[in-house]
Design a protein around this ligand. Structure first.
Ligand code: ZN
Length: 349
């Protein structure tokens, strides 16, 4: 949404902005860490720049098909302007109108509250099966219990949460005792920036060297296809071995993908090996964060398979002869709330 007092944004304006952004990055090369830091700062500053230029809100493309919406939001990026998500079909209509030189007029009625003062208590849900030989050494199996409320959160991350519970049940029911403790955690606040797992990892930082590994399931309703090594190719032999027993479940494909966006990331800065299973897609990009994330998307056979693969992986990690080699620590960990933007931008216009 743009203030009518200012000139409307034209396609030429967009192209100028894009060119300026490319120049800002240093001319089309692969960004180094300094450039990435500037990109992050730019992303933080951009809505303030827009506000100071007279923008009254931001329209965001939902980026899904068939009129689905999409939602997100995080204290890691508090915006100075209201942000409204519109269905991709509407967004592309606005784009075509702007391209044809027509300025669409929009009216929005947004009623909500945002407070930086009041904190809302949230809880991680934790249970464990104690290890027989090394109870102080822990394998963490995780998923996140929170979701967005356009749907009911089945695929993001109800299925991961239920597979975590079922893995716990399978191990308990088997009667087998793991040598190390297996801790099952349903994290909270994942969607707002991994809040629950970051706080958990922070609170348990002194024991981080006793966490054998963290394994997470958070890529939808599909069966597990295997593991992503998170860039740690040296873990290939380990995962070949861990997944060998589930070969017949088609769960033993390993790739070196570095996966973001979920709770294993919170532990990696402390040197804990952290992994997020690869899964069949099963329309996950369609369902997650949208009205389509509903119970009918759960697939019983896939969930049974995923629960089994998690149970086997967790049990084997708990029974390895030794602790896994620590990954490189990246401390201190960045605070959750985004660093303030340049002070002159905060002053407004
Ligand atoms: Zn998720």
């Amino acid at each position: 949404m743009w203030n009518n007092d200012g000139p409307p944004m034209t396609p030429a304006d967009s192209e100028r902005l894009r060119a300026a952004f490319r120049g800002f990055l240093g001319g089309g090369q692969r960004p180094d860490s300094a450039a990435r830091a500037r990109m992050t700062q730019f992303n933080t500053d951009q809505p303030f720049v827009l506000r100071n230029a007279g923008a009254v809100g931001i329209l965001l493309d939902a980026g899904k098909e068939q009129d689905l919406l999409n939602m997100s939001g995080s204290p890691t990026r508090v915006l100075p302007l209201p942000q409204v998500v519109v269905a991709h079909e509407d967004y592309t209509l606005f784009d075509r109108l702007l391209g044809a030189g027509v300025t669409p007029r929009l009216e929005a009625n947004i009623q909500n509250t945002l407070s930086m003062k009041d904190s809302v208590p949230q809880w991680n849900t934790v249970a464990e099966i104690r290890g027989t030989d090394h109870p102080g050494q822990v394998v963490i199996v995780g998923a996140h219990l929170d979701s967005w409320d356009l749907g009911t959160g089945t695929t993001d991350n109800g299925t991961g949460s239920m597979a975590t519970l079922e893995a716990a049940r399978i191990i308990a029911q088997s009667g087998l005792k793991p040598r190390r403790t297996i801790r099952f955690i349903l994290f909270t606040g994942e969607e707002q920036g991994l809040l629950g797992s970051r706080k958990y990892a922070e609170a348990h930082a002194p024991e981080a060297d006793s966490i054998q590994a963290v394994i997470v399931l958070d890529n939808g309703a599909g069966a597990i296809t295997g593991m992503a090594l998170q860039g740690h190719l040296e873990a290939y032999a380990l995962w070949r071995m861990l997944l060998a027993p589930v070969h017949r479940l088609n769960a033993d494909t390993i790739n070196d993908a570095v996966k973001g966006g979920t709770d294993h990331l919170s532990f990696i800065p402390y040197g804990v090996p952290g992994f997020n299973f690869n899964q069949l897609t099963r329309g996950y990009n369609h369902t997650h964060h949208s009205q389509s994330d509903t119970y009918d998307k759960a697939i019983a056979g896939d969930l049974t398979q995923a629960s089994t693969v998690i149970a086997v992986s967790a049990f084997e990690l708990a029974n390895l002869p030794a602790m896994l080699t620590r990954w490189e620590k990246r401390l201190p960990v960045q605070p959750i709330v985004a660093a303030p933007v340049s002070p002159d931008l905060l002053r407004g216009h």
